[in-house]
Ligand binder design. Structure first.
Ligand SMILES: [Fe+2]
Length: 382
């Protein structure tokens, strides 16, 4: 037996803010198979200023939901056909922003807990008191408003954080670019060389099945691997002909100089930093600066070593004419020094990409006039 809604039996309630009327009138849907109670509830809500729709079943409720923008559903639990719990499930799945208040003649804690656990915002048991219904509806709508406000706030916060991260990333790359520009001003060879080392390293890493983030870091490491040459005297950097032992030692400080400059900037890209420090290590342990050997050298540095040496061999440097070699000869050098200077797997990966025509020589190319690398090598090595 459903007791009539009666204002006289209303308990004392704390006043809540009235629903906002202008521009933000909440639209409610009352679902109950019992027309008398449904109409009574609808009248209560209308009196409080809500736009109210009615449905006599779960299916009818879903049809109304498709047509109307509903903020709150007040639904009976026991209904023929689709019952209240099924309707609640459908509403949570299809309309997660809607506040759902269940109402039932069953004064059963388990049922109430079940409804709340499945996403109902509140649970009322019949007989209902007018003031109680009004208060719980206002509470549910207020909670919904807070949830939506918080969600919007978080979405905005996330978008601001993402924007900030993009700005920081762009500032970071600008700093790296400025450093690279300083080096270019000193060493005309480096720009084209770094671009190519970056590309070849990416090619090898891809062939070796490295994941996308590794490849990104490896390509970045290729771009900046020689940055420490900023600290090398210009006369030594651009010296034609053979270097003295002292000059060679001086030039070989560039790995540690670069590593020290970039360590604070590349803390999020440790693989790129490893390339800067260890791209002159040799697989047989006779390289530097730390004389690491074999797999003690991080894979990314072993990859960059192959790319770096290959480009050094195939690039024409104006100040060292005659030191470059044709493609076949350079590939032969890689084969000969496999396991001595180079990681055999990295060499094999590079050779197999080249053999199947997977290196975009044109991308590494250009003309003498395009400013990229100042004129070398610009075409597929002969
Ligand atoms: Fe280097």
């Amino acid at each position: 037996m459903i007791a009539p809604i009666s204002a006289s039996r209303a308990p004392m309630v704390t006043a809540l803010p009235r629903p906002r009327r202008s521009g933000d009138i909440a639209t409610c849907l009352v679902v109950d198979d019992e027309p008398r109670l449904r109409q009574a509830l609808a009248r209560v809500l209308e009196k409080d200023g809500y736009v109210t729709h009615q449905a006599a079943s779960g299916a009818e409720a879903l049809a109304v939901m498709q047509e109307q923008s509903i903020a709150l559903v007040l639904s009976d639990l026991r209904m023929p056909g689709m019952d209240g719990t099924q309707l609640l499930r459908e509403l949570r799945a299809r309309y997660p922003d809607v506040a759902v208040v269940m109402i039932s003649a069953v004064d059963d804690v388990d049922t109430a807990v079940h409804c709340l656990a499945n996403g109902a915002m509140d649970y009322l048991s019949k007989p209902c008191h007018l003031e109680e219904v009004r208060q719980r509806i206002r509470q549910a709508l207020e909670r919904r408003r807070l949830v939506l406000t918080e969600r919007d706030y978080h979405a905005e916060l996330e978008s601001r954080v993402a924007e900030q991260a993009r700005r920081l990333e762009s500032l970071f790359f600008n700093s790296i670019q400025s450093l690279a520009d300083s080096l270019e001003a000193k060493d005309r060879y480096t720009r084209g060389h770094s671009t190519r080392v970056s590309y070849y390293s990416g090619v090898i890493a891809r062939e070796m099945g490295r994941p996308a983030d590794d490849i990104w870091q490896i390509e970045l490491g290729g771009h900046v691997h020689d940055l420490g040459k900023i600290g090398v005297r210009e006369a030594v950097l651009n010296k034609p002909g053979r270097l003295t032992d002292d000059e060679y030692e001086h030039i070989m400080t560039h790995m540690m100089v670069g590593w020290r400059i970039l360590a604070p900037l590349l803390s999020e890209s440790p693989m790129a930093l490893n390339i800067v420090r260890w791209h002159h290590e040799r697989y047989d342990g006779r390289g530097g600066p730390d004389r690491l050997a074999g797999e003690h050298i991080p894979l990314e540095a072993r990859i960059a070593a192959v790319a770096d040496s290959f480009d050094a061999m195939t690039s024409r440097r104006p100040y060292r004419p005659g030191l470059w070699m044709p493609l076949e000869k350079a590939l032969e050098e890689l084969r000969v020094h496999r396991t001595k200077q180079f990681d055999p797997d990295a060499v094999d990966a590079f050779l197999s990409v080249i053999e199947r025509g997977g290196v975009d020589w044109e991308r590494m190319g250009g003309t003498m006039d395009d400013g990229l690398g100042d004129g070398w090598p610009h075409r597929k090595p002969e």
